[in-house]
Design a protein around this ligand. Sequence first.
Ligand code: UTP
Ligand code: MN
Length: 515
Amino acid sequence: MVPLKRRKVLCSHTGKTGNVCKFPELVLFLLERKMGASRRAFLSELGQKKGFKVEDKFSESVTHLISENNSGDEVRAWLDSQVGGRGRTLAHLLDVSWYTESMRAGLPVDIQDKHKLQEQQQTDEAETETFSVPSYACQRRTTLENHNTVLTDALSLLAENAELSEEEGRGVAFRRAAAVLKCLPKVVMDMTQLRGLPCLGEHSLSVIKDVLENGASSEVEATKNSERYKALKILTGIFGVGAKTADRWFRDGIQTLHQLRDSGQTLNRAQQAGLDHYDDINQSVTKAEADIISEIVEKAVVAVLPGAQITLTGGFRRGKLTGHDVDFLITHPEEGREEGLMSKVVSWLETQGFLLYQKTTRNSYLEAKDGPARPASNMDRFERCLSIFRLSKEKKRGAELTETLTENLKTPPSCSSSHVQQGGDREEGGKPWRAVRVDLVVSPISQFGFALLGWTGSKLFERELRRWAGREKSMSLSSHALFHNKQSRYLRATTEEEIFSYLGLEYVKPSERNA
Ligand code: UTP
Ligand code: MN
């Protein structure tokens, strides 16, 4: 209830219209949802004239929350969507009938059962489990065990669709909502279980409700079946094609790979390679395949610079069993020795026939020049090689590497697109190898901890770490460094544990960063 002092303050406030407050114990709030803005304004004014305190904004001082055509669960869901925990309330949840009767009587009528909103929670509160979840994904432990895939798939699809439409804000909102559901320890059966959870906005809640009640969300189904979504999915499936290009092609009437091939659009080298190996690249990479590639990269690295080290990063470091690519971080324990390493590794791989495509960008990070990280950007400036590997399908373990080598040398691939069949993988049927996307990144040892943290993901986990650093700690985090904005200095670290500690966060191991 409202503290006495507060009530007096509220009561002495006579409002713009000069109405006198007759019922100091009561603070009323009318929910606009389903009632509509104009009816709400009308009813509010009526109440104020009759001497009731009717608040325009919801707050914890509200004693009576009045709604029209809403169920208790819907009102609870609305309350839960109020950010920062403002949704917690001890207020009576009432139907508008209590309000209109009170207006007629000129005083607050007794609350009867018929006025109370039916809430499932009142009957089975004991069985309904609610969850408590901190609001930043980097404060949580999210394993691969997701009990709510039906809900998270629905929200992820809407996130993806927003990203394809370059609506980043909406995309992030859906990703955050999905991430909250991913870390829940049980299956969500009922909206009431979501009470008090962070990051669940009105839109996400309505999608969840739809799925819980109807088994599917109409919005998700409509999106999935829309021409635009289907086309953008196919086109961005081409390595080297982002949302912008796909959208431009879609607006030019291109919806399929056939139409793209026939359109005469000029493709850059990456896109041509992406088209040539479309089917392979869109097939998941298994952990076993990632391990074979690890062996190859390790061999390459050690051959060109003994003592250099490679680490498998990305989803596989988080314990995923499949991925869309394989990510590696390469360093050398002596600062500076890593310079020039990438081009040697790439040459070695190329000579051995392992690369179908590669593009290397050099390291452009200079602390003195670049200054602290810009938290909004996740672009880093390491020396990096985006490549497509040619992986032999030979399965026998142990002899894999040698067999892959011999196999590759028998029929060396060509990096020039003119030699690669234009038809894509389908026409290379029965081939004894597959194409796999591989990312190589070289980091100086002084930045290795940051690079490792930055390249382990998930993408949302990284985004949340940077947001936490900026908002809660006044620090700027990147894959290169951590900068203390107020102290104007870099915080040096060699391990991920130290970085979490600087950030005032409990250490979250890679397998728990699957947000
Ligand atoms: P990925 O896109 O490879 O994601 O980026 P993933 O988690 O491994 O997922 P799958 O299994 O391949 O689908 C891996 C990490 O590298 C970072 C991302 O933020 C992510 O955390 N990254 C990626 C960068 O820092 N910069 C980039 O340019 C790309
Ligand atoms: Mn990856």
